[in-house]
Design a protein around this ligand. Structure first.
Ligand SMILES: N[C@@H](CCC(=O)N[C@@H](CS)C(=O)NCC(=O)O)C(=O)O
Length: 209
């Protein structure tokens, strides 16, 4: 039986797990989750009940970053793991994501806490822009683990107010994000699936060639 991936299409954590799984060529059985109506099978496997989750026999992997490593350690044809800046990824998952959530879900009137949080998150983005001034990708000359761990969160930030994002002085970051959003790799992980329930036919991910 193939490993099972519980996932949600628009979740940036689930997206990066799908990016790594697709790059590795490891096949999983995809189960699309509705966050407001989670499948009992997911809740049984993972009390934490966030997505993504991989269930592989007795092994349960409940963190997107760990799912990326799990897939790429099995097969890493593009050498993502060689290009892996853990400090930058941790800063994304920590202070940046926390500020992003307060910006995205807060009251975004001028002077509000949400706007203050936007400034905090922007410091991280300005740093990415500086890195991207000297090299095409966060991982160096080629895309790697660092880019693919962070891109879906920058996308989420940009989508809160795309006009504001595009007017900021970070052309390298905008170029990098655009390249990611128009990539085949991104398109391949954004297929829409109906919510999974027990008894449904198996959905293979990546889709069988
Ligand atoms: N640290 C976790 C975070 C995952 C996470 O928070 N996912 C969100 C969706 S984007 C979630 O499942 N939230 C639970 C809920 O909304 O009920 C990871 O890296 O996988």
């Amino acid at each position: 039986m193939k490993p099972i991936l519980y996932t949600f299409r628009r979740c940036p954590y689930a997206m990066r797990a799908r990016l790594a799984i697709a790059a590795s060529g490891v096949h999983v059985e995809l189960r699309e989750v509705l966050l407001r109506d989670k499948a009992p099978e997911l809740l049984e496997a993972s009390a934490k009940a966030t997505v993504p989750v991989v269930v592989h026999g007795d092994v349960i992997i409940e963190e997107s970053y760990d799912i990326m490593l799990w897939a790429l350690k099995q097969n890493d044809p593009d050498g993502w793991l060689e290009r892996h800046n853990k400090t930058l990824i941790e800063a994304c998952d920590g202070a940046f994501k926390s500020a992003l959530d307060k910006y995205k879900y807060g009251d975004r009137r001028e002077g509000s806490d949400a706007i203050e949080q936007r400034s905090i998150a922007s410091e991280y983005l300005a740093n990415l822009n500086e890195i991207l001034a000297t090299q095409p990708y966060l991982s160096g000359d080629k895309v790697g683990m660092t880019d693919m761990s962070i891109a879906t969160f920058v996308r989420q930030f940009a989508n809160v107010d795309r006009a504001w994002f595009d007017a900021e002085p970070w052309p390298n970051l905008i170029r990098w994000l655009e390249e990611f959003l128009s990539s085949d790799a991104f398109a391949a992980i954004m297929t829409k699936y109906p919510k999974w329930q027990a008894g449904d036919p198996i959905t293979l991910f990546p889709e069988a060639p």
